[in-house]
Design a protein around this ligand. Structure first.
Ligand code: NDP
Length: 355
């Protein structure tokens, strides 16, 4: 893992995959860069500890991101996203050396050291050193997404024995959504994911009642045998054929929590992509609700949701799972691995050790 001495590297966008292309590791490149100068008044020098790689970054690789909440990365420009770091030099009264800090936006640069204006940083308190990466996962945007998707757009009524299906279930948002659905009192919980190992993780470690591997099993056939009374709620992370199959098993007046559609992120389609004609008419006939869910629209609920997630984790009701890639130089690979399903739980990049 670099650097061993105080040196600065950055990861930048070397090429775009093309709007209909599959991203590859060589779209990213690493280069040595200068160390930031001493921070001027109201600036803080920070060393990056962890970075987050997320599916939404795929649209930032295009010339036009097409989304309002994140700008496209420029060619040759340093990659930015979610991150967390430690203050090493401070010229700002609100921060001192050793403080753990984050920004509120998706603007953390993929570098070892950076001078931030103090006004965009917030101090992270009360999180033990070994749990800091969780601020990018279970206690960060993906945990909030899994939880708020279920509580704001789902309709769980304890005791009603409702059946919930989660796609992308072994990933960062899906694993939280499923666990929260159980905590909130859903009946049968079924996960869909890409490998047998992930299926075992869901049923043996996370408390899912059943899991379907979409690569080796027929999702619609499997679902109808696991859920003879149909599906009441569907937490959709993936879209495409998997979602067509799930929707075909959904009950009258059931609901889809439209979280993401990763199966089409490498295609030039609007978001959310239109359903097939057959699925669309089934959705209408069954009066299934399918509202778009965007976690950033619920910032007023972040505080209380974070408290719930932290308390549930502390009480042993929520399990945290992360897949960690080491080294800033491997951040691009970590993104590609996540897009290809190599992660279980939240994909994290560990850039440096907190000493
Ligand atoms: P994950 O940790 O779930 O990682 C992505 C996973 O997607 C991979 O591990 C892979 O798992 C699965 N995947 C990749 N390609 C396909 C495909 N073609 N078909 C089916 N599954 C595929 O990522 P996140 O938890 O961060 O994100 C999950 C979803 O939530 C994404 O769609 C993302 O855009 C969305 N999201 C939405 C937010 C919102 O506010 N609405 C906020 C954050 C995320 P597998 O092995 O199972 O294929």
């Amino acid at each position: 893992m670099i650097p061993t001495m105080k040196q600065n590297y950055r990861v930048f966008l070397k090429s775009r995959p093309g709007i209909n292309g599959v991203p590859v590791a060589s779209n990213f490149a690493l280069e040595k860069t200068v160390l930031p100068t001493s921070p001027v008044e109201n600036e803080v020098q920070v060393q990056t500890l962890y970075l987050s790689v997320d599916p939404y970054m795929r649209c930032r690789m295009n010339e036009d991101s097409g989304v309002e909440y994140a700008k496209a990365w420029s060619l040759g420009g340093t990659i930015t996203g979610g991150g967390i770091g430690v203050v090493c030099v401070s010229s700002c009264n609100e921060f001192k050396c050793g403080d753990i800090v984050m920004t509120a936006g998706l603007d953390w640069p993929w570098v070892n050291y950076h001078n931030f204006p103090g006004e965009i940083l917030k101090v992270v308190t009360g999180v033990p050193k070994e749990c800091l990466s969780m601020m990018l996962g279970l206690f960060g945007l993906t945990g909030l997404t899994g939880c708020l998707g279920v509580t704001e757009k789902g309709n769980i009524i304890p005791g009603m024995n409702q059946t919930i299906v989660v796609s992308g279930a072994a990933g960062a948002c899906g694993s939280v959504a499923g666990q929260v659905a159980k905590i909130k009192g859903c009946g049968k919980l079924v996960g869909i994911c890409g490998t047998e190992t992930k299926c075992n993780f869901l049923t043996q470690e996370l408390g899912f009642d059943a899991a379907i591997c979409y690569r080796s099993q027929n999702v619609a056939d499997k679902l109808s045998s696991i859920c003879p009374n149909g599906v009441d709620m569907y937490f959709d992370n993936v879209g495409g054929e998997i979602s067509d199959s799930v929707i075909s098993c959904m009950n009258k007046n059931s609901c889809i929590i439209l979280c993401g559609q990763i199966s089409v992120y490498n295609e030039d389609k609007p978001y959310p992509p239109p359903l097939s004609e057959e699925t669309e008419s089934f959705v209408k006939k069954q009066r299934i609700s399918r509202d778009r869910f965007l976690v950033l629209n619920y910032q007023n609920k972040f505080g209380e949701t974070l408290e719930f997630l932290q308390a549930s984790f502390k009480a042993g009701k929520l399990i945290n799972k992360e897949t960690t890639v080491h080294g800033l130089e491997n951040a691009g690979i970590a993104f590609i691995d996540m897009m290809n399903g190599q992660n279980i739980g939240k994909q994290i990049v560990k850039v440096s050790e907190l000493v």
